[in-house]
Ligand binder design. Sequence first.
Ligand SMILES: [Zn+2]
Length: 231
Amino acid sequence: MIFMNSAPRYEILSYPINAATPMYGSAPGPVLIPFSQIANGDTSNSYTISLFNHTGTHIDAPRHFVDKGKLITGYALDELIFNHPAIVDCPKEGAELISRDDLRTVSYQLQMSDCLLLRTGFGRFRNEKRYRTDNPGIAPETIRWIREEYPSIRCIGIDSISISSFQYRNEGREAHRAAFVEKTGFGKPLLLIEDMKLDIVTQERLCTLIVLPWQIDGVDSAPCNIIAILR
Ligand SMILES: [Zn+2]
């Protein structure tokens, strides 16, 4: 008898970008302009795409808040592949900040991890206004603590539009700086993945994450495709 496992071996943890993609604050939404169209007598279909660089599932590099920080194209592929991703559930219903207390029972998981995925469950509200206005974020103190205590963690991902709660923007800016600053006693600056699709993977099956930011020179951050390899 041949055992057939029909569960998918790969998932993409990035949302497609479209006109309904939620944007943080006053950031402009994506614009798609047909350039040539077969329906109009052209020989091919093509588009000009205008995109804010923090649109949809995207990855922030240090240049976002540190003017001499690394650009998004400054990463080698092996810095964007994570073989020990940890998914930690931190259920949040609104504008709350993830605290050290939310992570107090998962110390071992954090120690073993190179990429921490914080699953708030808030992704289920992605089609609602509150996803933009009342999103959970991460407390700056939590980021500092992770960098001091768990230097093997190189990246944090979250299923919220930003690690900045829109209701706590000052703390959000501070949290970004805490992630990106170079400081003795801290591990390397982090990468941050925002607006990540985390409802389709489980810790048991998640084996490797491959994060592929659009290769656009000169910018701080970029949309990214994230491939999960499952066991
Ligand atoms: Zn961002």
